[in-house]
Structures are given as C-alpha cells and as structure tokens.
Design a protein around this ligand. Structure first.
Ligand code: XIL
Length: 352
C-alpha cells in the first residue's frame, strides 16, 4: 500500500510535539482503497468505531464475538498503528438482551464482558476508553453522575471497579475516562466541567487508576468560540492534577453554516485550527483523533442533519478522500501546538 509522503502527513506533524494523530475506523473503511490510503498516510493510531463496543461484541446472549475487532486490530498491527479501545462500559452500548436483567445478572455480565475483553487484548492496545459519558447533570444527582444501568447495578463505585479491573488485566494500556460536551461554551458545559473536576478528584483520592481524560470534541461550527477562557482553565486544572488528555472523537458539525461549500469548508477549517491550537497549548495531549476521516461516512448526517438536507462536510477529507481545508487547519495546529507535557517530561517518543 502506497503511503503519502511523510511531509504531507498529519501523523508526522503531530509527532513533532510527541502527539499521535488518528481517527475512528470501521471494517467497511478498509474496503475502500482511497480511505485506507488516507488512514495509512496520516494516522498513527486508530479507534474501532463500533467493533469493540459491548453491543457489537455481545450480539447474542453471552457469547462474545470478536472477529470484527480482531480484523481491525490485525490491520493496525500489520501497519504499525496504535489502537485506542472504545469502549468497555457505555450506557448506549448495552446489549439488547441485558436491558431487563436483574442488577445481579447485569453486574455479572458487565464484569464478564469487561474482563474477557480487556484480557483478550491485553498488551495490544495503546489505551482504553474504560468508561464513556458518565456525567449527566440533568439527572439531578449531587455528583452529576448519569443514571445508567451501571450506576443502578453497581452504585457510584462502578467507575473505580471498571478502572481497577482494566488496570489489573492490561497494566500497559493508558486508561481513559471519556466524556462529551466538556468543550462547549455554555453555563451547562461549565457545570459539567466543574463536576468532571470533582469526579476526577474523588476518583484520584480513592486510587482509581485513571491516567487520562478523553475529551470527545464533537464541535459545532459557529458555536465553538475561537478563544474559550473557561475551557482553557479547565484543561490547566486537569493538567495540574497530573492527568493527560486525549482528543478522542473530534469533528465539526456544519449544520449552522451557510450551504455554500467554500464558506462551510473555511468555517469548519478555522474551527478545527483554533480549537486544536487551544487544547495543545493548555493540555498534555497524548493523541488527537477525529471521528472518521472522510465526509463520505460521518455519523453527523444522522445525528445532526442539516435543515437544507445537504450532506454534512465535517471532516478532513472529502467523499473522494481528497484533503480539505480542514486538513490544513488541523496540520497547522499540530505544527504550532506547544506541548508543555512532553517538553517537560521529554519522555514521549514521536511516532514516525
Ligand atoms: C456513534 C457512532 O459513530 C454512530 O454511528 C452510532 O450510531 C452511535 O455511536 N460518542 C461516542 C461514540 O462515544 O461511540 C458515538 O459513536 C458518538 C458519540
């Protein structure tokens, strides 16, 4: 497979600051030569978009099916790509057959899935989203935790339980608490940032082995501010706690943008550039991943459809896997980002 020359590669731009660049990949992406070429030419880490989720692995009651995940992990190994595991416990990926079980049965199934999956891939993954989207302030709890089956069955200790089990089974994986909406500019988002800091402090105090905060970064063009003092402060507080950050699912919805393609692409590109420059300046970033590479396959056409019905253009490559302005916006930010963490530690080795 022909690799793009390294000079025009996001992974080599990222490596200048000791950062991995990657994207979410699903099995069907590998059937497309242009997409596969764009992955190999730009990425040093990939995230299975579906294949490692509980409801993908556990299709029929109890029997765990890993062949799709294995295919992606073999592809990564064959091409010297790291793999970010997504995600062990997430309320939106509970297998259908387990929705109505007793708490005891749910606990057993959830622990069985986590231990079987973490053990199966031990030593093969760069990192894991051990728990995903644990906060939901609208649920009214003082601790801000989302009311999920995991919370109901295990109690608030479910986060500690998950991370301790994962650390036991895969001591080399970087264990990530992944969250959405921490990057938005609203009173609700500021409340969520405060609750996340309190949660991280509580978990740290009880010795929960969380090494890294995952910031999903599903941004909206024309809503995401160019500068963002509250978010800067939050990232600095996360770094002060000794935690690194991964940008885990970055994309820029253009559903508020004018229809004109040139205008949309320019606004999306600038949103990526300014956001990423801010994060790289304030956090010890391990990896930056977009949620897909090409506009030809983005979850946003379902999640955030444009009112005019035009397909979204949220990613770095167009439907024909050609680089867009957003690719240059990300590349410029990756080259300019000051990495405080890696400079200080000097320990991280760039991938190239
Ligand atoms: C999304 C997928 O991209 C969609 O195709 C699927 O229908 C739902 O899940 N936060 C996450 C991801 O952590 O797992 C979600 O991925 C997007 C939001």
């Amino acid at each position: 497979m022909h690799h793009e020359p390294k000079k025009s590669s996001l992974s080599s731009a990222a490596a200048q600051n000791g950062v991995l660049f990657g994207t979410a990949v699903c099995s069907s992406d590998l059937l497309s030569q242009p997409i596969t070429r764009a992955i190999l030419g730009n990425c040093s880490i990939i995230t299975p978009e579906y294949e490692l989720k509980w409801d993908a692995v556990c299709r029929v009651q109890e029997n765990l099916e890993y062949s799709a995940a294995d295919q992606l992990i073999s592809f990564a190994a064959d091409n010297a790509l790291a793999v970010h595991g997504h995600t062990l416990w997430w309320h939106e990926a509970v297998p259908q057959g387990l929705q109505m079980t007793s708490d005891k049965q749910f606990r057993e199934a959830a622990l069985n899935h986590l231990t079987s999956t973490a053990a199966r891939y031990a030593g093969q993954l760069h990192s894991w989203d051990v728990v995903n989207e644990s906060l939901e302030l609208d649920h009214g709890r003082r601790d801000g935790l989302r009311e999920t089956r995991f919370l109901a069955a295990f109690g608030p200790d479910y986060i500690e339980i998950a991370f301790r089990e994962a650390a036991l089974l895969d001591p080399n994986a970087i264990l990530v608490l992944n969250e959405m909406g921490l990057e938005y500019d609203s009173p609700a988002a500021e409340g969520k940032r405060r609750q996340m800091l309190a949660l991280l402090e509580r978990e740290k105090a009880r010795g929960t082995p969380i090494a890294c905060l995952g910031v999903q970064s599903h941004l909206t063009a024309l809503e995401q501010p160019r500068d963002h003092p509250d978010f800067r402060r939050f990232l600095r507080e996360v770094r002060a706690m000794g935690l690194s950050v991964m940008i885990t699912e970055m994309d820029v919805s253009d559903h508020l943008c004018p229809r004109d393609r040139k205008q949309r692409d320019a606004i999306v590109a600038e949103t990526y550039r300014s956001y990423l420059e801010l994060v790289l300046a304030e956090a010890d970033v391990l990896a930056v991943s977009t949620w897909g590479l090409s506009d030809g396959r983005t979850w946003l056409n379902g999640f955030r459809p444009r009112l005019d019905g035009a397909p979204q253009r949220p990613l770095l490559f167009d439907r024909a896997a050609r680089r867009k302005q957003a690719w240059h916006g990300v590349r410029d930010a990756l080259l300019s980002g000051r990495q405080t963490g890696s400079e200080l530690s000097g320990l991280r080795i760039g991938t190239d």
